[in-house]
Design a protein around this ligand. Structure first.
Ligand SMILES: [Zn+2]
Length: 206
């Protein structure tokens, strides 16, 4: 899937950029039932917004909204500091239909949302594999979610994404492993010499 670039040109993270060296990738989810990232984009794309992210993942779109090496305001600050200083933040858009009680999803229909979840999860694997290769990161060590960053002491106390992934029998460990496997597959394809070989490998992957 192609990545759509649509920068938040009014957000202060874009208009007064602070460049960062990317060392970590943070997976978030919106914490609200909103599959359309345009709604969130419009809220963030103002000159007084106090939050920003680098990208959104929808069921059928991957959208980059800040240059990867611009500092975003996505994970807050913890007792040891902030991952914002060296991490890309990506939001998974959540499907319609549920509400929240604190950090817990209420009335989330697992079976009805299975297909949606599979799409955003797989899109996230694709994007994170690409970002790990671009920034030479180790997917098993350098990918974390917001609640993990909080536990590490470098972010605010949010539940994402572990309020959601386990409902579909996924975790950050399965995600990290899936990204690593995707990277291995991409590397195999890149190294192969002929178009015929590539075709063969792609068939094997499917
Ligand atoms: Zn978050």
């Amino acid at each position: 899937m192609d990545i759509i670039q649509k920068y938040m040109t009014k957000n202060r993270c874009y208009t007064s950029p602070v460049t960062i060296t990317v060392k970590k990738l943070v997976l978030h989810s919106l914490g609200v039932a909103q599959p359309n990232s345009d709604i969130i984009f419009n809220k963030m794309n103002t000159n007084n917004a106090t939050v920003s992210v680098h990208g959104f993942i929808e069921a059928d779109r991957i959208i980059q909204v800040l240059p990867w090496n611009y500092k975003g305001w996505h994970v807050g600050t913890g007792k040891k500091g902030s991952y914002n200083n060296f991490a890309i933040g990506i939001e998974l858009c959540e499907p319609k239909g549920h509400t929240y009680n604190g950090g817990t999803m209420v009335n989330y229909d697992v079976s009805a949302n299975k297909a949606y979840f599979t799409k955003v999860y797989n899109n996230a694997i694709q994007l994170f594999a690409m970002l790990c290769m671009e920034w030479e990161l180790n997917p098993l060590k350098d990918i974390v979610c917001h609640c993990e960053v909080y536990t590490l002491g470098y972010g605010s106390n949010h539940a994402d994404v572990m309020q959601w992934l386990p409902k579909h029998k996924k975790s950050m460990d399965t995600f990290r492993t899936d990204v690593r496997n995707k990277m291995n597959n991409i590397t195999v394809i890149k190294k192969s010499s002929s178009a015929k070989e590539t075709e063969l490998i792609q068939k094997q992957l499917i």
